[in-house]
Design a protein. Structure first.
Length: 299
């Protein structure tokens, strides 16, 4: 596969996250609590992933490898926890802007741990993504938008843990089968969420049955697919470009909100979407070109 194939896989992983907010809102409207929605998402996702593992070719991992992958799933679970906490005191638009800081945190992590200094072109793409996120979230044109220091703290923690999860997806146990790696990452995530949000919904049959459709949707798009797609694509594109590609989340959020929830989306927000997509495409084209040049030089 070519580099852009792997980049597309990571891009689709980001798109999956963009679908979540619509189902979360529908679950809240149906009367489910934050703990039930978060717990249901990770529980159903982990169960579905392990069911897929049962029907795939097995490859044994050592205890150390297994422990590494489960621990790598901890920031996966923490991201959902921190983001839900941020939403308790922040406007949703502000919360997603804070979460979007993962695009530069990911490049910083790659620089610190892999010694890959971000190029001027990559920095330009990051700036475009941040500008696009502000426009798409409609932060500049909303009145009475309160900034909470506590909410900002939770939002930045969510950005940090998401960047950490993306980084670990690209670097920990690259040779592990993607579906098994995804199952172990999701296990770490669900254990983390259950520690913070005890799964009381598992012991209430009415709540559990009502949560199934929302839990399945959130589990598929929030727990099953992203780790699997990241496990396939991230080792090839790297965490720096990977975090840029996962910025596809916000355009999908707005598209789903517009067409499924019938929420009004302003012109500046659509402009922000275009800017974000432009930043993603330009970073990928440049990465592909530089990859070709290095290949020619080596030959």
């Amino acid at each position: 596969m070519k580099l852009w194939h792997y980049a597309l896989i990571v891009f689709l992983g980001g798109c999956c996250y963009g679908i979540l907010s619509t189902f979360v809102k529908l679950a809240y409207t149906a009367g489910f609590t934050v703990s039930a929605v978060a717990g249901g998402q990770y529980f159903f996702g982990a169960v579905l992933t392990w069911l897929v593992v049962l029907f795939t070719k097995k490859k044994k991992l050592t205890r150390i490898q297994t422990a590494k992958l489960i621990l790598s799933g901890v920031p996966f679970g923490l991201t959902g926890i921190f983001y839900y906490q941020a939403l308790q005191t922040l406007n949703a638009s502000l919360a997603i802007v804070f979460l979007f800081q993962f695009v530069w945190i990911g490049a910083l992590l790659e620089w610190l741990f892999h010694k890959k200094r971000p190029t001027k072109r990559k920095l330009t793409s990051i700036v475009l993504l941040l500008i696009g996120s502000i426009l798409a979230a409609n932060v500049l044109f909303q009145e009475h938008m309160a900034l909470s220091w506590l909410g900002s703290f939770w939002g930045m923690l969510a950005a940090l843990t998401f960047s950490t999860f993306v980084f670990l997806s690209s670097s920990v146990e690259k040779a592990a089968p993607p579906i098994l790696k995804s199952a172990l990452l999701s296990t770490g995530g669900v254990l983390t969420v259950f520690i913070v949000f005890p799964p009381s919904f598992l012991f209430d049959l009415d709540v559990f049955m009502g949560l199934i459709p929302y839990g399945l949707a959130l589990g598929i798009f929030g727990v099953v697919l992203p780790p699997l797609l990241f496990s396939i694509g991230m080792p090839h594109v790297g965490s720096g470009l990977g975090t840029i590609l996962t910025a596809s989340e916000l355009p999908v959020v707005l598209t789903m909100s517009s067409f499924v929830l019938a929420e009004p989306i302003s012109l500046p927000q659509w402009i922000g979407v275009i800017v974000i997509l432009g930043g993603i495409v330009s970073s990928n084209i440049r990465s592909e070109n530089s990859n070709k040049k290095s290949t020619l030089w080596l030959s």
